[in-house]
Design a protein around this ligand. Sequence first.
Ligand SMILES: [Zn+2]
Length: 191
Amino acid sequence: MRCLLCGKFSFKILCKDCLELIPLEPTCRDLQGFKVYGFFEYGSVDMLLHAKYSVVGSKIYASLAQLALKVLKTQLKVPYNAYSVGIDDKISKQGYAHNAIFLRALKQVGLHPMYKTLHASNSVSYAGKDLEFRKRNPRNFILKRAVKDKQIVLVDDIITSGLTLLEAKECLEANGAKVLHAFVLADASTK
Ligand SMILES: [Zn+2]
């Protein structure tokens, strides 16, 4: 196949040269004491993250997750012994759940994936909407699996306002879980 970015022949959807050019930029956002760790600046991967709406998206997400894991492995002194929960990891009409791909990659650092745990009952799009709109339209998560007494790391692809992650955290904690922090691929805050 050909590399999606440069068009050169490649065995993977993104060739090695292009992957190396994607800048890793570890970030940490503090949401009222809840830490959200990111790996890329949104501006450098937004085009790639939009691929979640296409069939090649699963491969692109796997490549980005792999890059993020490389960073994480060098920073972690001890692997986790906890669970990971993705935000609304329902299967899309493209046939996969993009957050499930990140969950699978995080197994490499000892996070046990709990697939299909948190589903949003309100999936209205937040794209281009302001904070007020987002507050008026919460995700209203439905818990699909028991989380009582589990230590959990939340996982999403992008953080913008952080409202969704906070809502997910509240839902899990109201059901007896301890939420440690969150991982996202990219931070889309406007700094
Ligand atoms: Zn390339």
